[in-house]
Design a protein around this ligand. Structure first.
Ligand code: UDP
Ligand code: MG
Length: 330
């Protein structure tokens, strides 16, 4: 079945979002239909354990503009987005969360800016609703830290909710790094960028798929892929501690020569040794974070494995990263 080539692609990753998807589809459809141009909605099933895939299939049956990429297991939010970008056909591609925290009604504003000539239009949260103070506080801290220690000016308080021009998407497709921080990469590529403010709503249903463990991994991925500052810290600490101990040595010698007394204290020694031991272990750990990621890259495994796709035009839309060819007969 050949369809009209979509002008807009909406990319939404979903992991266990069965309760949200029908409402999400309805709101996206209403917004996009009002624009009066062909569009596609690419849903990525990131190895959900609930009925997400079945719900997606139903939506596709009803509306062939809904297309599905289903992963063989959970590969994570950032890789789900990556797959969506790999398959998207539109001249402008919008990344949006499926849980309706990013209101689809903001999409026309993003498109408006795109029409004005911007290539990346990111949505900035001016307010977050219905999230725990812990999430809000850690997120704030994270965005400020990232902003300070990286060379790319990743705008504060922006998630993955953004619109990207086709040429930006094509550029992003050439970046195949593994531990990816998409919102950093989409700034790193350059082009004309701007922001639009919006209010982040509470989740429509279900609960966050980002427990603390995943948040931490996400933060470490972001920092390690855009900054060497943590590695350089070891050098600064080294110089500082060496400097202090140098002064200490002189003081000890002078005290000994002038007063004839040596400094006493096992406790002091113990504290100093433990302190240094701790610092060294921390930096070993930091090196480990980078080393593990280098190892990941060297292995060069595919970023994600697609178990099946639905709704894509095989001729025109040859998937770029097809890793599993389904067996016809068993
Ligand atoms: N998500 C995903 N794979 C994951 C975790 C999350 O595809 O492993 C999706 C999720 O279904 C949602 C989006 O990524 O559409 C954002 O996740 P979530 O809302 O749980 O994160 P939060 O908004 O709480 O930071
Ligand atoms: Mg959410």
């Amino acid at each position: 079945m050949t369809q009209e080539r979509p002008r807009f692609s909406i990319v939404a990753p979903a992991y266990n979002e069965e309760e949200v998807l029908p409402e999400f589809y309805r709101r996206v459809r209403d917004v996009m239909d009002a624009l009066g141009e062909p569009w596609e909605l690419i849903l990525i099933n990131d190895g959900s354990r609930d009925n997400t895939l079945a719900v997606m299939r139903e939506l596709h049956e009803k509306d062939p503009r809904v297309k599905i990429i289903s992963f063989s297991r959970n590969f994570g939010h950032q890789l789900a987005i990556t797959a969506g970008l790999d398959y998207a056909q539109g001249n402008a591609v919008v990344i949006i969360d499926a849980d309706l925290q990013d209101p689809p009604e903001v999409i026309p504003e993003l498109i408006e800016k795109w029409r004005e000539g911007y290539d990346v239009v990111y949505a900035v949260r001016k307010e977050r609703r219905g999230e725990s103070w812990f999430k809000e506080w850690t997120a704030k801290l994270f965005y400020r830290l990232i902003y300070r220690i990286t060379d790319v000016d990743i705008p504060k308080d922006t998630g993955d909710f953004r619109l990207m021009d086709r040429k930006v998407v094509e550029t992003l497709r050439t970046l195949r790094e593994r531990n990816r921080f998409m919102r950093g990469l989409s700034v790193w590529v350059g082009f004309k960028q701007t922001g639009v403010y919006y209010v982040r709503e509470p989740r429509f249903a279900g609960e966050t798929k980002y427990p603390f463990r995943k948040m931490l991994k996400f933060a470490l991925d972001a920092i390690t892929s855009f900054s060497y500052v943590p590695l350089q810290l070891a050098t600064y600490f080294g110089f500082a501690i060496a400097g202090v101990s140098m002064v200490g040595m002189v003081v000890v010698v002078i005290l000994r020569l002038t007063t004839g007394r040596a400094l006493l204290g096992q406790a002091t020694t113990l504290v100093a040794v433990l302190f240094l031991g701790g610092i060294q272990l921390i930096f070993l750990g930091i090196i480990g974070e980078y080393l593990g990621r280098i190892y990941d890259e060297v292995k060069a495994r595919p970023l994600y494995i697609v178990a099946e796709t639905l709704g894509f035009d095989e001729e025109e839309q040859k998937p770029r990263v097809r890793t599993v060819e389904p067996v016809q007969e068993r």
